[in-house]
Write a protein that binds this ligand. Structure first.
Ligand SMILES: Nc1ncnc2c1ncn2[C@@H]1O[C@H](COP(=O)(O)OP(=O)(O)OP(=O)(O)O)[C@@H](O)[C@H]1O
Length: 309
């Protein structure tokens, strides 16, 4: 249940009208502006097409989300999301808290499968291969992607073993291969010079920012087809955040990155494309500069100029 985004703070939302729909009811003072047709349709639970900028059609896509719907129990969290993620670029997902960004990201590596209450319809493809087809081997699928979470989660083992972990669990034993991958991944994660003399020390002794770059090194060790980043800087200080942002920009070209961020400056600094989500819908999707300076939808404009969210 949500308040209308343009409503004043004392306007309270909403009551369920059954059938999975939420009708927005505004209490207190009237909203500053009437809801747009689009927001009114959303409040009636309708599916609305996203405003997708034509530049997306010129890209090659690593990941395609097709009519994806997701429910947590009775509550629908994603509504017919269609989103194509370009290859070799950084794509940011922005939107107010609870709009479904992390849920969508977790659908890519099927982490939501771990929750009994989740029901999913629609599909996604990774380089043309279905992610949700019945015969998909989820373990194999997950090896094709890397994921980094809000809080750094190094394993309680050495820096070296953290980085080569994806290869170890895949049965790689050749020390030369492991050494090469360790160095390449740490260089790729802009961490090599800082840790090359202490590879056998525990990763838990690193700073938070270093730990997060280590997690990125681990995520790229197996050369994933897509790198999923769920607010990777939210637990970091500004200096560590800057280093991770520099790193993400260095990764583009070689890796396809899909990042969830609350931080609009961050999205504008590091991404080529930005997807604006709202209430489980993809609202607008296009080149980052256009989304932030010349969006097509009033709702996007309201959000990126800080009028709600
Ligand atoms: N495990 C869960 N069980 C039930 N509902 C959930 C679960 N996870 C998320 N939700 C609900 O799904 C909706 C989308 O949540 P999600 O975390 O994907 O949003 P978000 O945009 O990533 O938010 P934030 O920016 O705050 O992380 C929210 O209404 C949330 O309460």
């Amino acid at each position: 249940m949500v308040a209308h985004p343009l409503a004043p703070p004392n306007a309270r939302a909403a009551r369920s009208t059954g059938g999975g729909r939420d009708e927005v009811i505004l209490a207190g003072a009237p909203p500053r502006e009437p809801p747009s047709d689009r927001l009114a349709a959303i409040s009636r639970g309708e599916v609305i097409p996203a405003e997708v900028h034509p530049e997306l059609a010129t890209e090659e896509h690593v990941l395609r989300v097709q009519n994806l719907k997701l429910w947590y129990g009775e509550k629908q969290a994603l509504f017919d999301v269609n989103l194509d993620v370009p290859k070799g670029q950084v794509t940011a997902m922005i939107g107010p808290s609870g709009c479904g960004k992390s849920t969508l990201l977790r659908c890519v590596n099927r982490m939501n499968d771990l929750l009994d209450i989740v029901r999913i319809e629609g599909d996604m493809t990774l380089n043309g291969d279905s992610i949700y087809a019945r015969d998909v081997d989820v373990i194999e699928l997950r090896k094709r992607m890397g994921m980094v979470f809000q809080k750094p989660n190094p394993f309680p083992m050495s820096i070296y073993e953290n980085v080569v972990y994806p290869l170890r669990i895949d049965g790689e034993r050749d020390r030369r291969v492991l050494d090469e991958v360790c160095e390449r991944s740490l260089r790729g994660a802009a961490l090599w010079d800082e840790v090359k003399d202490r590879l056998q020390e525990s990763a838990l002794g690193m700073s938070g920012g270093q730990q997060q770059r280590l997690c990125i090194a681990r995520a790229i060790a197996a050369e994933p087809e897509v790198l999923l980043l769920d607010e990777p800087c939210s637990a970091l200080d500004p200096i560590a955040t800057g280093k991770v942002e520099d790193l993400i920009q260095r990764l583009k070209g070689e890796y396809s990155v899909l990042i969830v961020t609350h931080n609009m400056q961050q999205a504008s600094r590091i991404s080529e494309y930005t997807a604006f989500m709202y209430l489980g819908r993809l609202m607008e999707y296009g080149p980052t500069e256009a989304i932030f300076t010349n969006p097509k939808l009033d709702e996007t404009n309201s959000y990126v100029t800080g009028r709600f969210g």
